[in-house]
Design a protein around this ligand. Structure first.
Ligand SMILES: [Fe+2]
Ligand SMILES: [Fe+2]
Length: 135
């Protein structure tokens, strides 16, 4: 679980909106896993993958449009996490509903990564894009 107030803000409101949707989905996933609801956990895992794909490709398209130099580094992080999310979803779906796998991944890996990613790469990218649109 992650509180809305913990979400770091970047210079682009559209990115902040996407990040807010992201943590709402993550919290729904956590709640589903904590209540040991297999169908709901699967649905929120799938929704989180879909949302993350749109979230990441949206940022990458903007970085490309404004020729943001560290695009490859930023994209590599997105790709790595997307792969992790897909793996967790596959293992959860194939198994007998390993809820602790999902909760430990979300709390121990995904949330700390997301907060750090927003504070670093997303913050820098948003600042660069906002400055580029001004000039
Ligand atoms: Fe982001
Ligand atoms: Fe990002």
């Amino acid at each position: 679980m992650i509180a809305q107030e913990e979400l770091p803000m970047v210079a682009m409101p559209s990115m902040n909106d996407t990040h807010l949707e992201d943590i709402i989905l993550i919290n729904q996933l956590s709640a589903a896993a904590q209540s040991r609801n297999i169908p709901a956990t699967k649905i929120f895992l799938e929704e989180l993958i879909e949302h993350s794909m749109a979230h990441f490709s949206g940022e990458e398209a903007m970085m490309k449009e404004y020729n943001f130099p560290p695009l490859a580094i930023h994209k590599a992080e997105h790709d790595r996490v997307l792969k992790e999310l897909n793996n967790i979803t596959r293992i959860f779906s194939e198994g007998e509903g390993d809820f602790s796998l999902v909760t430990s991944y979300v709390d121990g890996s995904l949330i700390p990564w997301l907060l750090n990613h927003i504070e670093t790469l997303d913050t820098v990218s948003a600042m660069f894009i906002v400055n580029a649109t001004k000039s």
